[in-house]
Design a protein around this ligand. Structure first.
Ligand code: MSP
Length: 484
C-alpha cells in the first residue's frame, strides 16, 4: 500500500487566522482522511511560518520579542486546527530548533547553486517578496495589498541559481511529473517560466533584519524567510535521515493558495532538484475567498473569524460551506446569507430531513428494528475522481445527488402507505434500503463532515436504531437572518 503525505502552506503568524487559512486546512484534511479511510499510511503536516520582517515589525509594535509574539500567535493557529477537527500529524514551527538545524544543512547541501552577489530590487515586507520594476511602476511605488511603499534594497546577499533549473522545472510541470491542479494554474506558471526564471536573492543582511535563521558560516546574513519556510515540508519529516522522510517524500499533494504558486511550482521544485530529491506529485492551488464580494483586507476590516462561524453553526457546517460553496478550482465568496442558505436548504432540509424521516419511520413502524441492511450499490466513480482532482465541491455535489435521490425515493415509495397495507416484508425492505443508503452517504461524508458521518453511522449502523438526541442540523435563531 503506497504511503500518502499531504501538506498545507504554513501561514505567517503576524495576524490572526482567517477564513482562507481555515479553508486550506479543511481541504488538506479531506485528502488526509480520505487516504486513511482507504488504508494508506498517511502523514499530514501543517504549521506556522514565523521568521521575517513583518513578524518582527508586528512584535515590536506590541513591545514583544519576536519569539514571544510567535509563541502566542502560533497557538492560535494550533487551536484553529483543533477547532476545525483537522487531523494533522505534525505542527511545525519554523522557529523549532530542528527546523533551524536542518534548514542550515539544506543550505549547505545547496552550496553548489548558491553564490554571493549584489542585489538591487523592490521589496514589500507585507508580501515578504521582491517585485519587478514594472510592477512597482504600475502601482506608483506603493503596494496595493499592503498600502505601503516598496522599499528599494541594494545589498550584498546570497543568490540561488534558480535559472539553472528552468528547463527541468518546465519539463516536470509539462509532463505532470509535478501535476499542477487546476490547469489554469498550470498554464499560469508555465507562462511565468517561459518568460524566464531569474536567480533569486535568498538572504538578508543581519543588520537590516535579524529575525531569521543564520546562514551557515556567515555571521552577517540570515536566510530569506521564504527560502527556509519552503524547507519545512521536508524538515518536518526529519530530512535527511528520518524514517518519515524516507517513507513519505515526495508529498502526494501540497495544498497552497494561488498567490504563492510561483514559490511552490518554481522555487521549491528547483530547491528539491538541487538536493537531488523528487518533486511533489501534485500541487493543488486553491483560489481566494472574498467577503461579501470584497477582498479580505485589514484596511477594510472585513475579516471573519473562523471561530464565529464554528460557534454559530458547527464545525461540519464550516467544513461543508467552504468545501462545497467555494469553487475548488476557482475563487469564491463568503457571506452570512450564503452560509445560512446552505445550512437551511442543504444541511437541514435535505440531509437532516433524510436522516430524521428515515429514523422516525423505523421507530414508528418497526420499533427501532432495522434488520439486515443491504450492501451499498451506488456508483461512486465520480466522487472518487473528484477527490483525486481536488474538486471537493464536485465530490459533495455527487453525494448530494444521493441525498436528493433518497428524499425522492421516500416521497415516491411512501412508506406510510405501505404501512397501511400491512405488507411488513415490503416495508422492512424499503426502510432497510433507506438505512443502507444513509450509511453509504455517511461513509462518503466521512472525510468532509466527520462528526455528521459518525452520528449517522451511530444511528443506523447496528441493525437497531439508536435515536438521535436532536436533529443533525437544528433550525436555529441565533444566526444572521438573510437581509431583506
Ligand atoms: N507564510 C507563507 C506560506 C509559506 S509556505 C512555505 C504565506 N502565509 S499566509 O498566511 O500569507 O498565507 C497562507 C495561506 O493562506 C496561503 O495558501 C494563502 O494563499 C492562503 N490565503 C490567504 N488569503 C486567502 C484568501 N483570502 N482566501 C483563501 N486563501 C487565502 O503565504
Amino acid at each position: 500500500m503506497s504511503n500518502f503525505y499531504v501538506t498545507t502552506s504554513i501561514p505567517y503568524v503576524n495576524g490572526e487566522p482567517h477564513l482562507g487559512h481555515a479553508m486550506e486546512f479543511v481541504m488538506a484534511d479531506v485528502l488526509a482522511r480520505h487516504a486513511r479511510i482507504n488504508h494508506k499510511p498517511t502523514l499530514f503536516s501543517a504549521g506556522t511560518d514565523e521568521h521575517g520582517g513583518k513578524i518582527a515589525e508586528k512584535a515590536a509594535e506590541l513591545k514583544l520579542t519576536p519569539e514571544q509574539f510567535a509563541d502566542q500567535m502560533s497557538q492560535h493557529f494550533k487551536q484553529l486546527l483543533s477547532d476545525l477537527n483537522i487531523t494533522n500529524d505534525f505542527f511545525i514551527r519554523t522557529t523549532d530548533k530542528d527546523h533551524e538545524k536542518r534548514a542550515q544543512l539544506i543550505w549547505q547541501k545547496l552550496n553548489a547553486y548558491i553564490y554571493k552577489g549584489k542585489y538591487s530590487g523592490w521589496y514589500c515586507t507585507g508580501h515578504e517578496e521582491y517585485f519587478p520594476e514594472k510592477v512597482v511602476k504600475a502601482n506608483k511605488g506603493v503596494c496595493p495589498d499592503h498600502n505601503r511603499p516598496y522599499e528599494e534594497l541594494t545589498e550584498e546577499n546570497y543568490f540561488f541559481k534558480l535559472s539553472a533549473f528552468t528547463a527541468k522545472i518546465k519539463q516536470a510541470i509539462e509532463t505532470d511529473e509535478l501535476r499542477v491542479i487546476p490547469d489554469s494554474r498550470k498554464n499560469e506558471i508555465l507562462s511565468v517560466i517561459n518568460d524566464g526564471l531569474e536567480d533569486i536573492s535568498i538572504s538578508r543582511p543581519k543588520d537590516k533584519i535579524s529575525w531569521g535563521i543564520a546562514v551557515p558560516d556567515d555571521t552577517e546574513q540570515v536566510m530569506y524567510v521564504w527560502f527556509e519556510a519552503l524547507m519545512n515540508y521536508i524538515t518536518v519529516l526529519g530530512y535527511p535521515d528520518g524514517e518519515d522522510f524516507k517513507n513519505f517524500w515526495p508529498a502526494n499533494v501540497q495544498v497552497v493558495g494561488k498567490d504563492i504558486l510561483r514559490f511552490h511550482a518554481a522555487i521549491w521544485p528547483a530547491m528539491l532538484m538541487g538536493l537531488e530529491l523528487p518533486v511533489a506529485k501534485t500541487l493543488y492551488v486553491h483560489g481566494f475567498i472574498d467577503i461579501n464580494g470584497k477582498k479580505m483586507s485589514k484596511s477594510l476590516g472585513n475579516f471573519v473569524n473562523p471561530n464565529e462561524v464554528i460557534q454559530k453553526y458547527s464545525v461540519d457546517t464550516f467544513r461543508y460551506f467552504f468545501l462545497r460553496h467555494i469553487a475548488s478550482w476557482g475563487d469564491g465568496d463568503f457571506s452570512w446569507e450564503r452560509l445560512e442558505a446552505a445550512y437551511n436548504d442543504e444541511l437541514a432540509d435535505q440531509l437532516g430531513n433524510a436522516v430524521s424521516r428515515t429514523a422516525a419511520m423505523i421507530t414508528r413502524y418497526q420499533k427501532d428494528l432495522i434488520g439486515e441492511i443491504p450492501a451499498a450499490d451506488h456508483d461512486i466513480a465520480a466522487y472518487k475522481q473528484a477527490i483525486a482532482d481536488c474538486r471537493f465541491d464536485r465530490a459533495l455535489d455527487s453525494v448530494w445527488e444521493q441525498v436528493r435521490g433518497l428524499n425522492q425515493y421516500i416521497d415516491e415509495t411512501k412508506p406510510w402507505e405501505i404501512a397501511k397495507t400491512k405488507d411488513e416484508t415490503h416495508l422492512r425492505e424499503v426502510l432497510a434500503y433507506l438505512a443502507a443508503s444513509l450509511l453509504e452517504i455517511a461513509v462518503l461524508l466521512q472525510p468532509f463532515l466527520p462528526d455528521t458521518a459518525a452520528k449517522i453511522i451511530e444511528v443506523f449502523g447496528s441493525g437497531v436504531l439508536k435515536p438521535l438526541p436532536e436533529s443533525l442540523f437544528p433550525k436555529h435563531e441565533a444566526a444572521a437572518k438573510p437581509k431583506a
